[in-house]
Structure formats: C-alpha cells, structure tokens
Design a protein around this ligand. Sequence first.
Ligand code: DLZ
Length: 158
Amino acid sequence: MASSLKNLSDYNSTNLIDVSNKRFAVVVSEWNEEVTESLYSGAYQTLLQHGVKAEHILRKQVPGSFELTLGAQWCAQQKEIDAVICLGCVIQGETRHFDFICDAVAQGITQVNLTYNKPVIFGVLTTQTQQQALDRAGGKHGNKGDEAAITAIKMLGF
Ligand code: DLZ
C-alpha cells in the first residue's frame, strides 16, 4: 500500500513484548536534518512510551544516508545492543545519486541484519520532494520514525 494511503503512525501497540531491559541504537543521518530530526524525535518518544529506558537509547550521527550502513554495523557489533534503527531521508535530485544511495543503503542494511542476526530497521524516507518527506516525518502521513521504533520492538518479540 502506498504510504500516502496509510497513516504510518497507525499501529496496534497491544501484544508487544516488554522492552524495558532492551537496548537500542538509533543511527541518524545529518542530510535533510529537519526531516531526520523529526524522525528521531518520533522514534525516541515511541521507544520511551513503550517502556525503554532513556539510558538504553544510544544515538549516533552519520553524515549522510550512505553512511547509515557502516554506522549500523558499528552499533550492531556491540553485544549489548539488541536492535538498531537507521533514520535517513533521501530526496530525488537531478542526478542519479538518489538511486545509488537508496540501493546501497537498502542492501547494506539488509546485510547488517543478516550478519549480526539482530533487527536493523530501515527508517529511511525516499521521496521526490522535501514536502513529501515532511509529510511522513510528523506531518499528515504520520511519522516514519514512530513506525521504525515499533518495527524494532515487534522484531524483538519475534
Ligand atoms: C550526496 C548526497 C545527496 C546528493 N543527497 C543526499 C540525500 O538526499 N540524502 C542523504 O541522506 N544523503 C545525501 N547525500 C550524501 C550521501 O548519503 C553521502 O553522505 C555522501 O555521498 C558521502 O558518502
């Protein structure tokens, strides 16, 4: 379903496991900072609302979405981290950079999931315009950061 047809923040929060002792790393890309800060805020608040302790949330910054994979790997290899959430925003420009970055980060994050056998969540917006990104980062289509946090919690309960 297209995300424009679904409020990304609609989720069923019943039957989620107790995550009060789980530790999360959140890797945030600095590109399109207005968007990624909103994604972070959504993810952070959602983790707290579900009982995660603030001191169990490790925030790490990377320059751009392309660097999310390595940042995620550095976090995932830490034994005490239970799940990693990657947050980024890639906006279509005039060159093919968009395609290369989106492909690289999607494949890279998949690889980190499988290598470390831990949930590594793809919270990366890939949009045509900044407005479409803002709509999905606390705007009319919800906040993909919330959804990324819930996805991490759901995967820990698998
Ligand atoms: C270079 C670049 C461009 C053009 N666009 C974006 C973007 O929309 N979103 C994003 O997160 N990063 C972008 N980057 C930066 C790359 O992700 C990366 O940081 C650089 O290519 C250096 O490796």
